[in-house]
Design a protein around this ligand. Structure first.
Ligand SMILES: C[S@@+](CC[C@H](N)C(=O)[O-])C[C@H]1O[C@@H](n2cnc3c(N)ncnc32)[C@H](O)[C@@H]1O
Length: 272
C-alpha cells in the first residue's frame, strides 16, 4: 500500500467512526425522548414529566376553597379520619414530625392540638408541600388558630426529593397526598431517608371498596356528585373530577404493601 493511501485510511477512519458514534447517540436520545414513560393523571394518560405540573395546577386552583370543599365532599367525615390518624400516631414528648403533602395544615394542626393537650413541650412539626398556594392558606389558618409559630414550620418541597438531611425526623405523615405524586416509590425512599432509625411512616389514603354494591354507590357519588359540588361551591369542575379519578388509580393494598416493604420499612400494618 502506498504512503498516500495509508495516510488516507488513518485520517478518514477515526473521523468516520466519530460521525457514526455521534449519529448513533442522537438516535438513542431521540428514542429515549419518544419512549418517555407515561403515567396517569386521573383517567388521562400523560407523560411523566407533565404530571407534576398538572397536579400543581389542580391544587393552585383549589387552594382557596380546599378546606370548605373537603367538608362538603366528605360531609365532614375527613375530620374524623384525620383525628383518628393523629391518635394512631400518638406523638410523644420528643416527636419531630414531617407532614408531607401537608397542604393547608390539617394534620399539623391536629398534631399541635394533641401535644398541647398532653403537655408535650419538645415537639415540632414541619409541613412540606410542593404547592406554595396551599402553604399560604395553611400559614393564615395557623395564625388565625393561634398556634405557636415556634412549633411549626412550612417548607415548599417535593415529596420525591425532600429538601431535608438524612435522619432528621422521627415521624413522617402523608395524608391524601401520595396518590398525587408521580413516583410513589421515590416518595417512600425519601420518607425512609429522612426518618431516623426507628422513626414511623404513616400514610392516610383512600383505598378500593371491596363490596360491589358499596362500590357502585361510591362511584355514583364520586363521579356524579363531587364534580358538581366543585362547580357549585368552588366554581370548578375539572380539579374535582381529577381528585376522584386519582383515587381510582392508586395502587391496591397488596401492591402498596409491597412498595413500602421495598422502600426498606421492616414492620408494617394497614388498617381500613
Ligand atoms: C389532597 S391534598 C392533601 C392535603 C392535606 N394533607 C390534607 O389532608 O388535607 C394533596 C396535597 O398534596 C400536595 N402534593 C401533590 N404532589 C406533591 C409532591 N410531589 N410533593 C409534595 N406535595 C405534593 C398538593 O399540593 C396538595 O397540597
Amino acid at each position: 500500500m502506498s504512503q498516500h493511501l495509508r495516510r488516507f485510511f488513518i485520517r478518514r477512519l477515526p473521523r468516520k467512526t466519530f460521525t457514526i458514534a455521534r449519529r448513533h447517540l442522537a438516535t438513542q436520545q431521540e428514542f429515549a425522548k419518544n419512549e418517555e414513560k407515561s403515567t396517569h393523571f386521573g383517567f388521562e394518560t400523560v407523560k411523566e414529566s407533565e404530571k407534576e405540573q398538572k397536579v400543581h395546577k389542580v391544587f393552585e386552583n383549589v387552594a382557596a376553597d380546599y378546606d370548605l370543599m373537603n367538608d362538603a365532599m366528605s360531609f365532614g367525615v375527613h375530620r374524623i379520619w384525620k383525628d383518628y390518624f393523629m391518635c394512631e400516631l400518638s406523638p410523644t414528648d420528643n416527636t419531630k414530625l414531617l407532614d408531607v403533602a401537608g397542604g393547608t395544615g390539617d394534620i399539623a394542626f391536629r398534631f399541635l392540638n394533641y401535644i398541647k393537650n398532653k403537655g408535650h413541650k419538645n415537639c415540632h412539626v414541619t409541613v412540606c408541600d410542593i404547592n406554595a398556594n396551599m402553604l399560604e392558606v395553611g400559614k393564615i389558618r395557623s395564625r388565625n388558630l393561634g398556634h405557636d409559630p415556634e412549633k411549626i414550620s412550612w417548607t415548599e418541597g417535593n415529596a420525591e426529593k425532600l429538601p431535608f438531611e438524612d435522619n432528621t425526623f422521627n415521624a413522617y405523615t402523608i395524608a391524601f397526598g401520595i396518590r398525587n405524586c408521580t413516583h410513589i416509590d421515590k416518595v417512600l425512599e425519601e420518607a425512609y431517608r429522612v426518618l431516623q432509625p426507628g422513626g414511623r411512616f404513616m400514610c392516610l389514603e383512600f383505598s378500593n371498596v371491596e363490596n360491589s354494591y358499596a362500590q357502585w354507590i361510591y362511584d355514583q357519588y364520586s363521579f356524579q356528585v363531587i364534580p358538581v359540588l366543585g362547580q357549585l361551591i368552588a366554581g370548578q369542575w375539572k380539579p374535582y373530577q381529577y381528585l376522584v379519578e386519582s383515587i381510582r388509580q392508586f395502587p391496591n393494598k397488596e401492591l402498596f404493601r409491597t412498595m413500602i416493604e421495598e422502600a426498606g420499612f421492616p414492620r408494617f400494618h394497614m388498617k381500613t
